[in-house]
Each structure stands twice: as structure tokens, then as C-alpha cells.
Design a protein around this ligand. Structure first.
Ligand code: ADP
Ligand code: AMP
Length: 214
């Protein structure tokens, strides 16, 4: 099963993608996590990506596309994957389709997690991310057991630079301009499924499972 998660930054794509990956035993591929790991490890790719990410801009398509296509050629993707944060532009979606067409495959579902902009700003300011393992929490909705400390690995939790309110507004503008057109793109391919992302996380997941089948 090959799944794409669509939605604004902070809509809950990562939260739901992790649950989908676990339930259906497929890898969760997050381009944001891949870039953050590269930044942490000080790679050339990380240095390049950081200049865009810190400003709330998208990393150029040419730095993203090959990275994802190489990733899903790996053995653990044989039964599919859930892509989170990719594609984010029409050229990325076209490159993905072209790469899949070469191996006679296609995307099965594009799940759009719908959340209005007003809710997003509130959510992002409450998001806390682990500096070490990338786990995410929310101060109100999923607080860590011990304030400021990751439940999973014990490292420090931080507010991501790109989750600061002024950057979030910019990311939302970028989303509406460059990523939202993907909704029409996948509708025309008959794979788009909409879920309400404003409800409780468990309810969002139940709606997704209904779409994907048990
Ligand atoms: P995305 O991957 O789309 O950027 P995340 O999955 O990281 O978004 O979610 C953004 C923030 O909102 C996180 O702090 C997360 O814990 C919280 N969150 C996710 N889903 C919900 C929900 N259904 N209701 C309330 N908060 C949520
Ligand atoms: P995310 O964790 O998915 O919110 O991504 C964080 C940031 O990484 C984004 O704001 C972009 O700067 C960058 N990024 C992640 N995925 C992509 C992508 N597919 N195309 C371009 N930039 C991306």
C-alpha cells in the first residue's frame, strides 16, 4: 500500500503517518525528518536545507526528489510506504509518478488531513520535538510525562525554529501557494481521500482506517 499524507504544516500528518506505519507494517518516510537528521549530522545536504527551512520556505525540488526515490527503492519498502511531507509541489508529484510508472506502480491513496489555518497556528506553538529521536508532543494534547523531556529517549524537547508563530504564517502561505494544488492533482487521479483533522487524534486515525480498510 503506497500512501501520501497531504495537509498543511501542523495538520497532523506525522502523527497519523506513524500510526499508519505501525498498523500496516510499512515504513514512514518523512522528508522533514530526513532533513532534520542531516542538519543534526552536519551533512552538506543538511546545511543547504537549513537555509530554506529556517525561513519557512520549501527546500528546492532538486534536493528532495532523488532523496525520496532512492529511499523507496530500499528493501523495506517492498510492501509500500507512507510518505509524509512529500510531494509538496506539482513538479515533485510528477517526478514521483514518473519514477513509479517506470516500475509499473502508482500511489494508492492520497489522504488529505484538513485543518483550518486558525487551528494550525495554535497547534504549532504547542508542538515540542525531541532533539535526539524526533518524537513529537503537544503541550496540551500529548504532553510528555516529564516536562521538557522525551518519554522515549530522555533527551531535551524544543520548540522547532520553524514552529515560531511568524515562521508558521509564512509556511502556511507557502502551503497554500505550492502544496494545496496537489489536492486537485490527486483528485484528478482518483486517489484523494479527505479526513477531518480537527477532531481528536484517535478519531482522525479511525477515519483513515475506514478509508484504507482494516
Ligand atoms: P504535521 O506532521 O502535519 O506537521 P504533526 O503530526 O507534527 O503535524 O502535528 C502538529 C502538532 O499538533 C503536534 O504537536 C501534534 O501533537 C498535534 N496534533 C496532531 N494531531 C492532532 C489532533 N487531531 N488534535 C490536536 N492536536 C494534534
Ligand atoms: P515538515 O517536518 O514536513 O513540516 O518539513 C519541515 C521543512 O522541511 C519544510 O518547511 C520544508 O522547508 C522542508 N521540506 C520537507 N519536505 C519537503 C519537500 N517535500 N519539499 C520541499 N521542502 C521540504
Amino acid at each position: 500500500m503506497k500512501i501520501i499524507m497531504l495537509g498543511a504544516p501542523g495538520a497532523g500528518k506525522g502523527t497519523q503517518a506513524k500510526k499508519i506505519a505501525e498498523k500496516y507494517s510499512i515504513p514512514h518516510i518523512s522528508t522533514g525528518d530526513i532533513f532534520r537528521a542531516n542538519i543534526k549530522n552536519g551533512t552538506e545536504l543538511g546545511k543547504k536545507a537549513k537555509t530554506y527551512m529556517d525561513q519557512g520556505l520549501l527546500v528546492p525540488d532538486e534536493l528532495v526528489v532523488d532523496l525520496v526515490i532512492d529511499r523507496f527503492a530500499q528493501d523495506d519498502c517492498a510492501n509500500g510506504y507512507v510518505l509524509d511531507g512529500f510531494p509538496r509541489t506539482i513538479p515533485q508529484a510528477e517526478a514521483l509518478d514518473a519514477a513509479l510508472a517506470k516500475i509499473n506502480e502508482k500511489i494508492d491513496y492520497a489522504i488529505n488531513v484538513e485543518v483550518p489555518d486558525e487551528n494550525i497556528i495554535k497547534r504549532m506553538s504547542g508542538r515540542r520535538a525531541c532533539v535526539s529521536c524526533g518524537a513529537t508532543y503537544h503541550l496540551e494534547h500529548i504532553p510528555p510525562k516529564k516536562e521538557g523531556i522525551c518519554d522515549t529517549c530522555g533527551a531535551e524537547l524544543i520548540l522547532r525554529d520553524d514552529d515560531k508563530p511568524e515562521t508558521v504564517q509564512k509556511r502556511l502561505n507557502v502551503y497554500h501557494e505550492q502544496t494545496q494544488p496537489l489536492i486537485d492533482y490527486y483528485t484528478s487521479k482518483n486517489v484523494l481521500k479527505e479526513v477531518d483533522g480537527t477532531v481528536d487524534m484517535a478519531e482522525v486515525f479511525a477515519a483513515i482506517v475506514k478509508v484504507l480498510g482494516e
